[in-house]
Design a protein around this ligand. Structure first.
Ligand SMILES: [Zn+2]
Length: 259
């Protein structure tokens, strides 16, 4: 079964933008991908001996990761005032794009393993690395507003999600995370940590964490359902089907979701 983010759409022009506008990231991501691919193979080997789990802290991965943060700061993709989650989220978009340029799937699977499955350990490691960088580099809030870079690394999911008895889905894409792949969190922010703990079918288009305020539970009554428009917030009424296609009467936005 293919991973849901695997569909390739490489655009030559995008690669040129990546190379010319993100020169530091472009050179460090290659080493990061190399070490992630090696690390992924080391997980597989551990599997053969039945010792699955845990994080490998060698293979040069952490050094490459640290250098990638520096590259991101130097290319002004992120400012030193950003928090750990923002660093990880931006890196996720970079890795997804780099993969779509035809690079290793194994590297992405290690990204999934490290940042989704072992999210608390990885967050701890990243927080530590970034704390040191913040003292060394002074570019607070000096982030790029380049429209080509923004288009290149545009969000891979929306902020409008819906909940069913089986899991949580994005109204504006086909991302759907089953219940076993989610961990409910109350503090510091109520929502769901996405871990892919059950299926291990990492979807690098999904965020690490989904805040509850972005998730809607459809209101069902008498065979009808009320769901709100992901564009303008209008409450729309429809007949209940397991898969529903809705057109907002106010702004004409269409979307499909499960109920
Ligand atoms: Zn609307």
């Amino acid at each position: 079964m293919p991973y849901p983010f695997e569909i390739l759409s490489p655009k030559k022009a995008e690669l040129e933008i990546f190379k010319s506008k993100l020169p530091h990231v472009c050179s460090s991501i290659q080493e990061l991908f190399r070490t992630m691919s090696v690390s992924y193979r080391s997980i597989e080997q551990r599997n053969m001996f039945g010792n699955y789990g845990g994080l490998r802290r060698d293979n040069g991965f952490e050094t490459a990761l640290n250098l990638t943060w520096v590259a991101m700061l130097n290319d002004h993709l992120i400012g030193t005032d950003a928090d750990t989650s923002e660093f990880i989220d931006k890196l996720r978009l970079i890795c997804l794009k780099w993969y779509h340029f035809g690079n290793s799937l194994d590297s992405c699977l290690f990204f999934g393993y490290f940042f989704y499955l072992f999210y608390s350990q990885s967050k701890f490691i990243v927080r530590d690395q970034i704390k040191d960088l913040k003292m060394l580099i002074d570019n607070a809030n000096n982030t790029t507003h380049d429209s080509e870079i923004k288009a290149l690394l545009k969000p891979s999911h929306s902020k409008s999600w819906y909940q069913t008895e089986f899991g949580i889905g994005d109204k504006l894409s086909n991302i759907f995370i089953v219940n076993g792949d989610l961990v409910k969190v109350e503090l510091p922010l109520p929502g769901y940590q996405i871990t892919f703990n059950k299926t291990l079918q990492y979807d690098l288009r999904a965020p690490n964490f989904l805040s509850r305020e972005h998730i809607e539970l459809p209101q069902k009554n008498d065979g009808k359902v009320i769901i709100s428009c992901p564009k303008c917030g209008q409450r729309c009424r429809g007949k209940i089907f397991s898969e529903l296609e809705m057109t907002c009467p106010k702004c004409a936005q269409t979307w499909t979701q499960r109920i």
